[in-house]
Ligand binder design. Structure first.
Ligand code: UD1
Ligand code: MG
Length: 454
């Protein structure tokens, strides 16, 4: 492990978001902003990651789990005060501390690595990650002296008209000599427009003491966007979407309309997959080659096998094998395990069920808590009656069984291998293998009765 440490600032309530949700928990492409930040830091081989959370922000801790240590900032008195809360973990450490805001979700590990390396190469005490902004409104401005050295950072609200013209902005990411950081923080005051203890004031303090302060400017402003309100949130979503879609397209994925395609950061897609317009694909999802997703599909935490086609459908937390046809208008709910060459047709709902190779559920069925073998045909409108209002029960349908249309299979029940269930049957007892089971009222025809009745 290196002597590099990270502090993530995530305690601010985010009043500008006007939300009951802590700002850093607002998702970008389905993942909370702070988790994007921590995921990038995790790949940098740091000795520790400490996240500063607000009082009562258990949800932030639940979200990050073991990916971070936590300190609580009881009152939100500013970014400098927030970093001070990490002192108890870091005060004895020699090395570099990188501080990142939890509301800058687009930062990449490559940029964070570059700032750390630059800081150490330069043997600087402070390195600020800066960017050039066409419209710098809202960001702290980097003020340089006559020798082009960084002198200080001025917040929007404290900036003079001249300072507001400066387009080099503070991205909110910094590397500090750890010892200097906590010493300097003791001297930060809250004498400013917002009455807050500003972390950027450490720069001026270090500068005055003759310590080396440098800036590392990235050429990608989009990567550094700080999300303070919902307008910026939508921009972050858009930039990240563009970045991810472009990566997939360069890797051999056809995305028909990248504007209408939302793919999360943890999705793996193989070559020659086609994504049609209107798709949201998130979580830990893997899509194997030659699959086709959409138009209009939602896929979350799923495996989608080679050559599978999923159109106008929703799939969650499930495994779907190769060459499966899903939809249009199917709903695959969590814990479905679908084999190869299966058909799941229109208006079919599958939940917590295993369906083996070459079986078909083509139309209008509910399959819940079921184990279906291979080569099974489930007729239109068939329902596994899995719930008695208190408990859920298992339906087993063995290989090559044929279930006629509109059957009710009242669980717990087993239909044996090769058995036939007649259409319209309500099956509440096991059906032996190779048997025909028919359970419906005998039909009665009354000759001429309809004519008389009319
Ligand atoms: C901050 C910087 C600004 C920079 C911008 C980049 C300061 C004073 N200003 O402004 O120079 O251009 O980020 O996006 O640092 N937080 C706490 N505790 C607090 C206050 C904030 O943990 O008491 C956290 C927030 O949750 C957030 C981060 O610190 O993740 C930054 O706070 P925010 O209020 O968003 O600062 P900005 O106004 O964006
Ligand atoms: Mg911010």
């Amino acid at each position: 492990m290196s002597n590099r440490y990270a502090v993530v600032l995530a305690a601010g309530k985010g009043t500008r978001m006007k939300s009951k949700l802590y700002k850093v928990l607002h998702p970008v492409l389905g993942k909370p902003m702070v988790h994007h930040v921590v995921d990038q830091l995790k790949s940098l081989q740091l000795s520790s990651i400490t996240t500063v959370v607000g009082f009562g922000a258990e949800k932030v801790q639940d979200q990050l789990g073991n990916d971070s240590e936590f300190v609580v900032q009881e009152e939100q008195l500013g970014t400098g005060h927030a970093v001070q809360q990490a002192e108890k973990f870091l005060q004895d450490k020699q090395g570099t501390t990188i501080v990142v805001c939890g509301d800058t979700p687009l930062l990449t590990k490559e940029t964070l690595q570059a700032v750390l390396d630059y800081h150490e190469e330069q043997q600087a005490k402070v390195t600020i990650l800066t960017a050039h902004a066409e419209n710098p409104t809202g960001y702290g401005r980097i003020i340089r002296d006559d020798h082009n050295q960084v002198e200080k950072i001025v917040e929007q609200k404290d900036a003079t008209a001249e300072e507001q013209q400066v387009q080099e902005i503070n991205t909110g990411t910094y590397c500090f000599d750890n010892q200097l950081l906590f010493e300097a923080l003791k001297n930060v005051s809250n004498d400013n427009a917002q009455g807050e203890y500003y972390l950027p004031d450490v720069i001026q303090i270090a500068q005055k003491e003759g310590e080396k302060v440098v800036a590392y400017q990235t050429d990608d402003f989009h990567e550094t966007i700080g999300v303070n309100d919902r307008v910026a949130l939508s921009k972050a979503e858009q930039y990240m979407k563009e970045r991810i879609n472009e990566q997939h397209m360069r890797n051999g994925v056809s995305i028909i309309d990248p504007n209408q395609t939302y793919i999360g950061t943890d999705v793996n897609i193989a070559e020659d997959v086609t994504i049609h317009p209107g798709c949201v694909i998130q979580g830990n999802t893997t899509i194997e080659k030659d699959a086709e997703i959409g138009p209009n599909a939602e896929v979350n935490d799923c495996h989608i096998g080679e050559g599978t086609v999923l159109r106008h459908s929703v799939a969650n937390s499930s495994y779907i094998g190769a060459r499966v046809q899903v939809g249009p208008f199917a709903h695959i709910r969590p814990s479905a395990n679908v084999g190869n060459d299966v058909k799941i047709g229109n208006f079919v709902e599958i939940k917590k069920s295993k369906i083996d190779d070459k079986s078909k559920v083509p139309h209008l069925s509910y399959i819940g808590d079921a184990e279906i073998g291979s080569g099974v045909n489930i007729g239109c409108g068939t329902i596994t009656v899995n719930y008695d209002g208190k408990n859920k029960y298992l339906t087993k349908i063995e290989d090559d069984a044929f279930i006629g249309c509109n059957a009710n299979l009242i669980a717990p029940v087993t239909v044996g291998k090769g058995a036939l269930v007649a259409a319209g049957s309500t099956i509440h007892e096991d059906v032996p293998g190779d048997a025909l089971s028919i359970s419906r009222v005998k039909q009665l025809n009354k000759e001429g009765y309809a004519k008389k009745y009319k």
